[in-house]
Design a protein around this ligand. Structure first.
Ligand code: HEM
Length: 223
């Protein structure tokens, strides 16, 4: 099996766990409020800022550089959504410690282990192009958003997400990685899901409080 297939298989259990996290369940069921959705976007800001800076700076790296796609960059779209949803107050939204820790990890990799960045690019961008497209429809319906506020999930330079994902997977398969480097990337992909999960855990507190007893019912419900 090649790298793209290995990544999918290696992360399938943590993917399911992430999908079934309390915060994501609330999102899928249309139970988030606008401000909670904005908090999610704000918590992703440090992550994308670091990921995209790291990918750009490693544009010529023999491995990470092969996965740099300008059209995937999300930071500007995130900022436009936040500005639309919260005005300039978005800059005051408290960022979860887990987001700061994630950004710090990415900065570390940018310098010391750029090949591991491939795992984070895979998890976030293929996630945004997959489950993200489902979340976009839900947010549109339940939060009454149209283009504005949903730009994070919209890729101007990508006409067809499935076609892009196919070529992205082919690019993953063609990376000139050693056995050791491949192991590192698989390990890092698990860490990425874990760190994303920590962000969702920090975001769920205020949602639980707002929902009160309904939160306990969600706990036992399937996705
Ligand atoms: C409730 C939330 C989510 C739903 C409903 C969801 C759903 C899906 C679905 C249906 C696919 C398969 C798409 C395809 O094969 O083309 C997928 C793939 C993927 N998702 Fe999610 N997802 C969710 C959350 C996440 C999160 C939070 C992340 C990362 C932080 C993520 C990362 C990925 C990745 C990396 C893939 C690509 C797997 C591969 O083909 O290698 N997903 N998701």
């Amino acid at each position: 099996m090649e790298l793209a297939g290995k990544l999918k298989e290696h992360t399938s259990v943590v993917h399911r766990q992430t999908e079934n996290s309390f915060f994501m369940k609330c999102f899928i069921r249309g139970m988030l409020e606008r401000e909670e959705y904005a908090r999610l976007l704000a918590s992703l800001w440090p992550l994308y800022e670091s990921l995209e800076d790291a990918m750009r700076r490693n544009r010529t790296h023999r491995i990470a550089g092969k996965l740099y796609f300008r059209e995937l960059e999300r930071l500007q779209n995130l900022e436009e959504d936040l500005q639309y949803l919260m005005g300039s107050r978005w800059k005051e939204i408290p960022v979860p410690d887990a987001s700061k820790a994630y950004a710090a990890r990415l900065r570390e990799l940018m310098i010391d282990h750029p090949h591991r960045l491939v795992a984070h690019a895979y998890v976030r961008y293929l996630g945004d192009l997959s489950g993200g497209q489902i979340l976009k429809k839900i947010a549109s319906k339940t939060l009454g958003l149209d283009r504005q506020g949903l730009r994070f999930y919209h890729f101007d330079g990508i006409v067809d997400a499935d076609t892009f994902k196919t070529s992205y997977r082919a690019r993953l398969d063609s990376l000139p990685v050693s056995e050791e480097e491949e192991k590192d990337i698989l390990e890092e992909a698990l860490l990425s899901f874990e760190m994303n999960g920590h962000i969702f855990q920090e975001l769920e507190g205020p949602v639980r409080q707002r929902l009160g007893p309904k939160a306990a019912a969600l706990e036992t419900a399937g996705a």
